[in-house]
Structures are given as C-alpha cells and as structure tokens.
Write a protein of this length. Structure first.
Length: 409
C-alpha cells in the first residue's frame, strides 16, 4: 500500500517561481556573471511556461499518469531556466516533495534522481560559473543523490508507518466491536442474574411473611378444632383472624414494596415488640424484648424484622422451647438482633432443607451484614448484625461467616 502525499497549495510553487524570476532579474541587472541581461526575456517566457504547467497539474481530477507526465515537462523547463540562471534552483526544491508522492516506486525514484541532477546545475552556479567542471558537478550530484536516497528511505518508512497505523486502526475498530459485543453480553448476563436474584428474594419474602402466617393459621385451626372449651376455641379463632389479616397485609405490602407493614407506622423496637406479642399469643410461649443503646434507623430495619420473624417461627416449630428472648442492640457502627431460646438445640453439622437460615444469611449478606448461630442441647443463640446507615454492595461477602452451614432448622 502506498499513500499519496498531500498536494501543496498552488500558491507555494507559484510563489517560489516568482521569487526565482525576481532573483534572476536582480542578479542580471547587478552584473552577476552567471546571468546575462540578454537572457531575461527567455527567463520570463520559461517562468510563464512553468506557471502554465503548474496550473494544469493542479487542476482537480487530474489523473496520476497526467501528473507524472506534467512533472517531467516541468523538470525539463526548469532545467532550461536553471541553465540560464541558477536562481531557479530555489523553485526546483519542491520537485523532491512532488516526486515523493508518486504511487509507483520506480517513478518516484526516477523523479527524485532527476531533481537531484538538475539542482546540482544550479548549485555549481550554472554553465557560466567557474565551478561548472565535471569534478565539482559530480561532487554536488553525489551529495544530492545521497540526500535523495535518505529522503527515499524516510519516505518509505513514513509509508510503512501509515500502513501500520491503518492496520492498527482496523484492529482497534475490530476490538471496539468485540468490546461492544462483550459489553452487551455482560449486560444481558447481569440482567438475567438480577432476575434470578429478585426471584430468590421474592421466594424469601413469601416464605418469611405469608408462608409463616399461613403455618401459624393452620396450627391455630388445628388447635381450635381440638379445643373442647368454647372460650379456648374462640380465642384460637381470634388469633387465626388476626394472623389471616396480617398475612393479607404482608401479601399486599410485598406486592407494593416487599417490606413489612409493621415498619410503616412504627420504628424497629415497636415493630419487634408487636411481633413478639403476637408470637406469644399465638404460641403460648414466653419471651421478652430488650433494647440496648439508642435506637437508630439502620437503613436495614426491614431485614432485621424479617430475621426476627423467621427466628421466632423456627423456635415455635422446631426447638420445643418454653421461651425465647429478643435483644436489639445498637453499638458502635452496627446494630444486632439476638434471639435466644431454651429449646433442644440442633446439630449444625447435619444438612437441613428449606429457606430458613439460608434465607437469613442471604438477606443479611445482601446488605453487608452477617449471621452468627450457636446451638447446644440447652438452647440456640442466633445473632444478626447489620451496619448502621448506608447500603453495602449487594452480594458483598460478610466480614465473618458463621460456623454452622445448615439451611434451616
């Protein structure tokens, strides 16, 4: 691939031609022996002819072949002008620039050598100069050819750089296209991952809210159907009614914002107290809420409330405990929720099915929190930690993972 050099504006060669003619006239009138006054009309005619050739070569749409032909016509006329006045060597220097732009390497090399030979005539002062002898002329020709060779090599290197630059640009465009394709794929994958994460979150929401309330309703209905005392049956049915309404509120809230309605009109301590009171009434178990420190909105109160719901549900379903105490603690840069029961405990090394503890861990990890579980035959102690204020990056690994690996109790 050969790149054609940008053309010089027409004013540049015409300006050099005019300057050469003026220099020749001044030299002739000043009596410089290399220029004769009698040759001035010929010099003017040659200058006009050179200008005409120059304008013809500069016309838009001129083919490469015609430009090369006009270049040699121009060089022949310039040789005649230089023979009469060496001042026209000033005009000839642009011949190097023009010949270097030829697409054909032989034409380019021939044009640059031709310019070097003609300029050497001007450099020795023309045929009337005392320096115009074969040895001196040959020396100037040798210097010019060396310069020509250097220019030819530099021009070839420039063209190589242009080719390399074009290839690099092509590769860059291809890489940009690949990057755009990869970006689209990553966006699609992130979208799919977001959908999967949202489905998992919805599953946890339903399990932690509506499903727990329905379990409580079923348990209360079983107890009510087995109750002989009408008062006890009515009490159980009133609990069922309250739980059903709570489940309906939770379902509606999940559709709107997936948050607990208990937090709509109350802070977390009040919401926990309300939750614990309903749990005591529904299960007949004992339990107290303790708040340590100054209650502060964490930005993750809904997460702690969900953990409390799930933890208390696990106590009533699995632990055979007589009581469960809840401690909400605000300390340093985090808040913690602890649930301690006096039940039978469980073996952390045994696999369990369900969404319970796994859902708690996922929910806490999504906000930069963590879950700690310790269980012995004398009871289970569960602690959920969340940072105070701000949201952690979703999916960020908690600072410390709990030892148990079971998914549910």
């Amino acid at each position: 691939m050969t790149t054609r050099r940008e053309e010089l504006p027409l004013g540049v060669p015409l300006g050099l031609l005019g300057a050469s003619l003026v220099a020749a006239v001044v030299m002739a009138l000043a009596g410089v022996p290399v220029v004769r006054v009698a040759d001035l009309p010929w010099l003017v005619a040659l200058a006009v002819a050179l200008a005409v050739v120059r304008v013809a070569a500069h016309r838009p749409g001129t083919s490469e072949g015609r430009r090369v032909f006009l270049f040699w016509i121009n060089l022949g006329l310039a040789l005649a002008a230089v023979w009469l006045s060496p001042a026209f060597g000033l005009y000839l220097f642009i011949g190097y620039f023009e010949s270097a732009g030829f697409r054909s390497v032989p034409q380019r090399l021939a044009g640059m050598v031709g310019v070097a030979l003609v300029i050497a005539v001007a450099q020795v002062g023309g045929p009337r100069s005392v320096l115009f002898i074969p040895l001196v002329y040959a020396a100037f020709v040798a210097v010019n050819l060396a310069i020509t060779g250097l220019m030819f090599v530099l021009n070839r290197r420039r063209e190589g750089l242009y080719v390399e630059l074009a290839r690099t640009n092509d590769e860059l465009r291809a890489e940009q296209q690949r990057s755009a394709t990869l970006r689209d794929q990553l966006v699609a994958q992130a979208h799919e991952a977001g959908i999967a994460e949202e489905r998992a979150r919805l599953s946890r929401e339903i399990h932690d809210t509506v499903a727990q309330d329905l379990v409580a309703i079923i348990a209360q209905l079983d107890a009510a159907s087995a109750a002989v005392d009408p008062a006890e049956r009515d009490r159980r049915l009133s609990i069922v009614d309250a739980a059903a309404r709570e489940a309906l509120d939770e379902a509606r809230r999940a559709v709107r914002a997936l948050a607990s309605p208990r937090l709509d009109d109350a802070d977390l301590p009040l919401a926990l107290d309300d939750l614990l009171g309903q749990w005591r009434a529904a299960t007949g178990l004992d339990g107290e809420l303790t708040v340590a420190g100054t209650a502060t909105a964490t930005g993750h109160d809904d997460v702690l409330l969900r953990v409390a719901q799930e933890g208390l549900a696990n106590v009533s379903k699995h632990s055979r405990a007589r009581r469960a105490d809840v401690v909400l603690r605000y300390e340093g840069s985090e808040a913690s929720l602890a649930i301690a029961d006096d039940g039978l405990g469980f073996d952390p090394d045994q696999p369990h099915q369900g969404f319970g503890l796994r859902g708690m861990r996922d929910r806490l990890a999504a906000v930069g929190g963590r879950l700690e579980v310790a269980s012995t035959p004398d009871g289970t102690h569960l602690v959920a930690h969340v940072p105070l204020g701000g949201d952690a990056t979703p999916g960020e690994a908690p600072a410390e993972q709990p030892a148990p690996t079971e998914e549910d109790r």
